[in-house]
Design a protein. Sequence first.
Lengths: 79, 200
Amino acid sequence: MTPSLRPIKRHRQRCREVRADMSDYLDGELDPSAAAAVERHARWCPNCRRMLSNLSRTLGGLRALRDQPTPADSPSSET
Amino acid sequence: MAVSTLQRPPAMAHRTLDDDRLVVLAQAGDRSAFDQLAERHSIRLRRVLFRITRDCDAAYDAVQEALMRAWRNIGRFEGRSQFSTWLTRIGINEAYRVLPRASEQPLELSDQVGERIPSWGARPDEIFESREFLQAVDRALGQLPLDYRTAVTLRDVEGLSTAEAAEVIGIGERALKSRVHRGRMVLRATLDDYFQEGYA
């Protein structure tokens, strides 16, 4: 039997695994069991919860950029 | 500066046709049909290329080159992707060709990353409606290394699917997802100070 990892080491490893899944989770591309595992971990891990929340907010900002004009929209750039 | 391909207004009759029909007409040599496609997609393409190059002239030139290249090669377009996806791929290739000149220019962002956002609200929707927040996100996006910036721009700003964005860039879906995830995480870290201030 593989010796179990120490709790802190196991926790950090789980954090790394969850963080690697965060984009897929927010894109809805995780299967239900994996998505539930991300949510379960984020419920009791404050660092991952904050990271997931901020990543979600970052995505919201990126998506909102689509409708924002850029300097390249101005007529002067077409001269 | 490249000669504009949009000198003639497209025929009125073409305005109601969808892209697929316009492509068929353009492939048969109907220049007005292609002009309609160009008019329909060039503004969005210019925005995408600006977000990648961060240079108005580079973006404009890349769009013009892309339109001319697309017109010359419209016969090779097989319709396996949307016309806009195909055109975006050509545009990004053109932008990458001119990018060394653009990338030598200083980024506006570097001195402003640490600025506080005055109207930082207490609710997420207030943040997303904040022009200052969107500017901060845009500046942070401009700081990403080129390959990550391109991937995030296509996937998150433009809303392309993983498959579409991968096709535009010319990489596999797994590589695209990796770039997007890493790019998002860097952006999140760049903006983290703002979030902490707003939600402490």
